[in-house]
Design a protein around this ligand. Structure first.
Ligand code: Z5A
Length: 213
């Protein structure tokens, strides 16, 4: 019987460097002998990437919070069924740029959707599947925005501004506090090299724990 793979998620407020470090993390896990598939949310499938464009685009008539949340979970249902579950079943490891914590943080913390409603969708779509590890890239919102701003035009979420992102950051940290086994917090407010060496150390320790059973 093939061993199930593991689901590792990188998440956090913008500009933390999670996308920049994705390849570094993939290489680190590959060196440890794992076959790793990298993917992202919203996205990861043809339909999911189309939904991502809808979510990030600026529209004159906006989007209701319910529609936004249902679109996020529609993309996730597709992603789980067509990419994540098949890979895990085949023994592959999946490294995903953002996952459901982002829904709790952005739609829940940021926009104020009740966490109970998110939990209903989470149970429906994930049927108990949770990441084995979530690396939470944490940094002051102003630093993250400044970095994201340097990268180019802002998307619909980055334009919400500082107060919104402060609520998003607080929601991420609260989830990490509630489920310390699953989360590792990365202090992303340093040089790229400093963040990399932290991530490397966290991964080494986590892999050791995993092997120790
Ligand atoms: N969203 C949601 O609302 N609900 C959900 O359930 C999900 C998502 C799943 C798209 O996500 C949006 O969807 C997201 C939330 C919402 N909101 N936004 N924005 P995304 O992950 O695709 O967002 P992104 O725009 O691609 O990435 P990001 O979060 O903005 O950035 P990042 O991945 O944390 O950082 P980065 O792209 O690696 O780095 C940003 C820039 O900073 C880049 O120019 C780097 O070179 C630079 N950088 C990175 N690290 C450093 C350090 N240490 N020093 C200096 N400069 C650095």
């Amino acid at each position: 019987m093939t061993m199930m793979g593991r689901l590792i998620v990188v998440d956090g407020v913008e500009g933390g460097g999670k996308t920049t470090l994705l390849e570094f993390i993939r290489t680190r896990l590959a060196t440890a002998g794992y076959s790793v598939l990298t993917t992202r949310e919203p996205g990861g499938t043809t339909l999911g990437e189309e939904i991502r464009s809808l979510l990030l685009a600026h529209r004159q008539d906006g989007m209701t919070l319910s529609a936004e949340t249902l679109l996020v979970f529609a993309a996730r249902a597709e992603h789980l069924a067509k990419v994540i579950r098949p890979a895990l079943s085949a023994g592959q490891w999946v490294l995903c740029d953002r996952f459901t914590d982002a829904t709790y943080a952005y739609q829940g913390g940021g926009r104020g959707l009740s966490l109970d409603k998110i939990a209903v969708l989470e149970h429906w779509v994930q049927e108990g599947l949770q990441p084995d590890l979530t690396l939470l890239f944490d940094l002051p919102v102003t630093v993250g925005l400044e970095r994201a701003g340097r990268r180019g035009a802002m998307d619909r979420f980055e334009r919400e501004g500082e107060n919104f992102l402060e609520r998003v950051r607080a929601a991420y940290l609260e989830r990490a506090r509630q489920q310390p086994d699953r989360y590792r917090i990365v202090d992303a407010n340093g040089s790229l090299e400093a963040v990399k060496s932290q991530v490397d150390a966290l991964l080494n320790r986590w892999l050791e724990q995993l092997h120790a059973g």
